[in-house]
Design a binder for this molecule. Structure first.
Ligand SMILES: [Zn+2]
Length: 228
């Protein structure tokens, strides 16, 4: 297999999706066996559900957190975390990259480990399995700082991701079908920037014509992708 020399690139962007986490055993949201086949997102993962029954929605997210804490990052996460001069853009909310040591992480859909209060604008990290508190100091219910169905993506986060990808020279897409907009536009943005584009995915995404396509799992492909 073709090996990549990371020292030949100045700005490396990793772009990861559900497939990266699924290998750890983290339940996926969409697709076969996904959470939304089992649970109705209208009951648990939209602003309306939260307004109707905030405690029920928060307890559901505690279950998600426990499911993630039962899993561990894999070898692919560690390769990404150890790559100098790289930025990571992820669709995942599970914090698995940070647990592997990644620092520059742009979380497109927020994080399971953060809560926010929309009425007063405050935000808090909450890393445990159960939430430390369900209420903000101002008295309102806290909501998970993640993108639910019907939510807009955070504009400043999108801008950071877009800028990173538009100025990268190596783009590595991992475990994402590239079908969910606006992130579906990222591969072509990298392509237009002139980046060398690699896809690691068991299923072909067909997003763009990649320079290198690896039909395999991230935990196996990433540790052997780079020259050491
Ligand atoms: Zn508040």
């Amino acid at each position: 297999m073709e090996k990549i020399d990371p020292s030949a690139y100045r700005n490396i962007v990793f772009f990861t999706g559900a497939g990266m986490s699924a290998e750890c055993g983290v339940p996926t949201y969409r697709g076969k066996g996904g959470i939304w086949n089992q649970y109705d997102y209208g009951e648990y993962a939209c602003q309306k559900a939260f307004e109707r029954d905030p405690e029920k929605v928060l307890r559901f997210h505690e279950l998600r957190r426990r499911a993630v804490l039962d899993c561990q990052p894999h070898a692919g996460h560690r390769v990404v975390a150890g790559m100098p001069r790289s930025i990571l853009v992820t669709q995942n909310i599970d914090g698995m990259h940070q647990r592997a040591g990644s620092m520059n992480v742009i979380e497109l859909h927020g994080s399971l480990w953060r809560l926010r209060c929309d009425p007063c604008g405050s935000m808090r990290e909450d890393p445990g399995d159960d939430y430390e508190t369900l209420r903000c100091d101002c008295g309102n219910w806290l909501r998970p700082d993640i993108t639910w169905f019907g939510d807009m993506l955070d504009e400043s986060v999108m801008r950071m991701a877009t800028e990173a990808i538009a100025s990268c020279d190596l783009f590595i897409s991992i475990g994402t079908s590239g079908s969910v907009w606006p992130a579906a536009g990222f591969p072509s943005l990298a392509r237009d920037a002139g980046a060398f584009c690699i896809e690691i995915n068991p299923e072909p995404s067909g997003a763009i014509c990649y320079d290198l396509v690896i039909r395999g799992s991230a935990s196996e492909a990433l540790p052997s992708l780079f020259v050491s």
